[in-house]
Design a protein around this ligand. Structure first.
Ligand code: WT7
Length: 624
């Protein structure tokens, strides 16, 4: 079944034609991106669009001078956008705060002044560990404004995960809050941050935003209340937006990879500003009057790109919500869509499936007639969830933009535009400037309908520049598989149908997507074996109705430890403490052996086939 956009959608779309523009865009990517880059304000124009002389370390807009904040905030202040709402924020308990672009600038400027007074300098990396409150965004923007980089650590991560990330970034300053609300409960972020700071000696100071007002520990000389700092004269007055080079670091964001520790994906001021704002405006057809709601956490790339930077650059009004989408009732999201007159809603398949469970009546209580477009991201969307989203939420009027992309790509890569005919479950086609394909291991194209490896054949401005402090790993993980061709290997399998539509299948490396969150099997396994009773562990992903995938763990116990439900519970708690709630296995099975290759690698595919009652395939390399 193919779903066609209405005449109305087509008539008003920002992108009116695909095929010719697409061909033109990839025929000369430099020309294409140079033209798009005119939409940004540069302090000094670039000399050259792309420097590809040092593959795979590409550089964009060489010698261009820019600051993403100038484009996201400063330039709007002299236009009619000045008094337009930048953010409408709703806390989980129902408190509301509004910020115009003018007010946003005031907030970001005083946060920037405070950061400078605390000793933050251009090039430093500030770690941010915050609930979804406006100050999280102000903190990020303030870093960028003064030329520092941010490393936001999602507030669901544990103290160990936070400490590891602080250590890798060598942050001297941590910004956190006394807590946040989730499902009516206070999450004690400061307690977790305290533990992390004990383990990470680089931290000298910590700024604490008051959100919940519950009692927390404040260490003299180290911890400072944000509201106290804001009341000081140091916070007053304008704050200079630093002149940055296009290629200067804007942020690092840690994500899971195939092996070992999470990697700090690095993005830059110039290319990232252009790429995210361009895809946001074109894919989601952003209009000046729109209210845009991206239901993600600013702590992930979706939030960085599409709650913070792209919507601000496009001068959009963005909704930000602190809490759980089904709290206190399953109509929270629909109620907010009606209340704020949301025009475009962007969320994940797991959230859609989670809300679908409660049935249509929760949705139908609300007037959702302001919605014009819908979006999804994070994992393949199953056709049943797609149909429900389309029918029950969008009332068969709103095209669904199924956007395929990654932390490393900065913004959407394969996605429909509103004019694209849709096939439920397909992210459709590569966006302008993006040359994607499905190939075999040698790089030969696979025939239509057959599974292969997803590659991107040309660089794009929003691409990650490297893994922080690990250029080699960047090359190895993404570029070594197709070194000769100079293609980017995304780590997903996919097929392309006879119409050239892409269907993403799954990760082909040891990365698991649980509720759209990305986890490395290696990280979860190392958290498991750090429990004294666990000698060896293997984890696999098995299908789950709401989460998409759920983690199943196999553990070999140490001498003297005995399998029991109590031990299973204890190990799960241990993983929660080591990594955070998203990494906790659904089930732990105690075993005495694990299938391994002769070289000692755990054969997860054998475990998975067995668990699913399928044929484990070629076992010739298994150790017996
Ligand atoms: C991986 C990247 C939150 C921003 C994107 C997630 C999977 C993402 C889709 C989609 C099928 C998707 C891929 C990709 N993925 N979007 N529309 N259809 N799969 O960023 O955490 O870096 O994860 O998410 O497997 O490689 P991320």
């Amino acid at each position: 079944m193919i779903y066609y956009p209405s005449d109305d959608i087509i008539a008003n779309a920002n992108v009116k034609e695909y095929e010719n523009t697409y061909q033109e865009s990839i025929a000369d990517i430099q020309k294409f991106w140079a033209k798009q880059a005119e939409s940004l304000e540069w302090f000094k124009k670039w000399d050259k669009v792309l420097d590809d002389s040092n593959h795979p370390y590409y550089k964009w807009f060489i010698n261009g001078k820019i600051n993403i904040i100038h484009n996201a905030i400063d330039r709007h202040l002299t236009t009619e956008k000045r008094n337009k709402l930048a953010y409408i924020w709703e806390g989980e308990p129902g408190d509301i705060r509004y910020f115009s672009y003018y007010e946003l600038n005031k907030e970001v400027s005083s946060f920037g002044n405070i950061l400078k007074a605390m000793g933050v300098r251009k090039g430093d990396i500030v770690t941010i560990y915050m609930p979804q409150i406006p100050e999280l965004i102000f903190a990020m923007l303030a870093c960028a404004k003064i030329g520092a980089a941010h490393s936001v650590v999602y507030a669901g991560f544990s103290s160990t995960a936070l400490a590891d990330r602080i250590a890798d970034a060598e942050s001297k300053l941590l910004i956190t809050a006394d807590g946040g609300y989730r499902r009516g409960k206070v999450v004690d972020l400061k307690g977790i941050a305290d533990e992390a700071m004990q383990k990470s000696p680089t931290i000298e100071r910590c700024i604490v935003v008051q959100r919940t007002g519950h009692d927390i520990n404040m260490e003299a000389e180290r911890d400072f209340w944000y509201h106290d700092l804001k009341a000081l004269p140091i916070a007053d007055g304008p704050c200079k937006t630093e002149v940055m080079d296009s290629e200067d670091m804007l942020f690092i964001l840690y994500t899971s990879g195939t092996t070992g520790r999470p990697k700090g994906v690095k993005h830059t001021h110039g290319g990232y500003a252009l790429y995210t704002s361009f895809v946001h405006k074109t894919v989601f057809d952003i209009k000046d009057t729109d209210r845009w709601w991206c239901l993600a956490d600013p702590g992930w790339i979706t939030g960085h790109s599409f709650i913070v930077y792209a919507p601000l650059i496009n001068g959009t009004t963005t909704i930000l919500y602190e809490g759980a989408p089904n709290y206190p009732y399953p109509n929270r999201v629909w109620k907010m869509v009606e209340k704020y007159g949301v025009n475009i809603l962007y969320t994940s398949p797991t959230a859609i499936r989670g809300l679908m469970r409660f049935g249509d009546s929760w949705v139908n209580r609300h007037d959702l007639s302001t919605l014009r477009l819908l979006g999804t991201v994070g994992e393949p969307i199953n056709p049943a969830a797609w149909e429900w989203y389309y029918r029950c939420v969008g009332k068969e009027r709103c095209p669904i933009m199924d956007t395929w992309w990654q932390t490393e790509t900065g913004g959407f890569m394969i996605s429909p535009y509103p004019i694209t005919p849709l096939k439920p479950g397909s992210a459709t086609k590569p966006l302008f400037g993006i040359e994607a394909d499905v190939v075999d291991e040698k790089g030969n194209p696979v025939p239509p309908g057959e599974e292969g490896i997803l590659v991107i054949k040309k660089p794009w401005p929003g691409m990650a520049r490297t893994i922080y402090k690990d250029d080699e790993r960047y090359k190895r993980e993404y570029w070594s598989a197709y070194e000769k061709q100079k293609w980017y290997r995304a780590g997903d399998s996919a097929r392309k149908d006879e119409d050239g539509y892409f269907w993403i299948i799954a990760r082909i490396d040891d990365v698991i997507k649980v509720s759209g969150y990305r986890l490395g099997t290696a990280e979860v396994e190392s958290a498991l074996v750090s429990h004294p009773a666990v000698a060896e562990a293997a984890v696999i992903a098995l299908p789950h109705d709401v989460k998409g995938n759920a983690i199943h763990a196999y553990c070999i116990l140490t001498e003297g430890a005995n399998p029991s439900p109590a031990l299973e519970k204890e190990i799960k708690e241990h993983v929660r403490h080591e990594m955070g709630p998203i990494a906790v296995p659904e089930q732990i099975e105690f075993v005495t052996t694990l299938p391994k290759t002769r070289s000692g690698k755990i054969m997860r595919r054998v475990l998975k086939a067995k668990a699913l009652g399928q044929d484990p395939g070629d076992l010739s390399t298994i150790e017996t």
